[in-house]
Design a protein around this ligand. Sequence first.
Ligand code: ATP
Length: 261
Amino acid sequence: MRNVDVVFDGVIQVLRSLSLEVQPGQIVALMGGNGAGKTTTLKAASSLLAAERGVVASGQVLLLGADVTNADPGDVVLGGAVQVMEGRRVLQHLTVEQNLRVGAHFRNDKAEVSADMAEVFEYFPRLKDLIGRTAGFLSGGEMQMLLVGRALMARPSLLLLDEPSMGLAPKIVRELFERVAEVSARRGMAVLLVEQNARAALGIADYGYVMENGRIVLHGTRDELGSNEDIREFYLGLGGASGRRSYRETKHYKRRKRWLG
Ligand code: ATP
């Protein structure tokens, strides 16, 4: 994304000159507090803004060199970018297998689709046990695995994940993220991971961006971001000497620091 501005309803500007990049095989974390603009960034990347009367008003979104700025969302999927939206949107009345097949509905290579389903079961064996189960009755963690599995069935070159850790136990998050990292390494798949949980995100990301008020305020490698005490304290809410902080506490802390110099 190059210098992207996003505007809703013709007047509400949410993203301001936002630039970011994800290379093949790379996992990039996009972090920031509530309302920073993370979800909007993903929607700009996958061209899902129009349904909410949003538009990339200036700048460019490039996918494998092709300009997909404000493109038809279907074309973006065909171009290789698949998004797992927040909110566990499984097809509730369909089975696990049917949900997975939906991910590959536009593909004609039947043998490859079957091989990909076997690969998804290899990553998430639990899904194989639940293959005939109605998706709406799965646990939160199982649903998230199904959603990632469904996205993988489209063989994306870029997987966009919106807060996959939300509401999941730390152990499940670790497992899910390990699998995502494994697929990324194996397939050379790029991943753009939106997370408020900076600790989990930096656990698998190669590179990270931090957003505030619709802008990127910081970016760097995992080590650059993770090893700087101020960045950990101010931007990632990871606490330093004074222990772990929430984003809310971090905001107050930042303000206090500013006042006290
Ligand atoms: P969270 O972590 O809380 O999900 P976020 O970083 O993903 O937050 P966004 O959902 O991208 O943030 O929202 C960024 C800002 O844009 C917010 O102030 C939000 O109210 C505004 N916004 C998002 N979608 C729309 C829309 N369709 N119309 C108007 N404003 C919007």
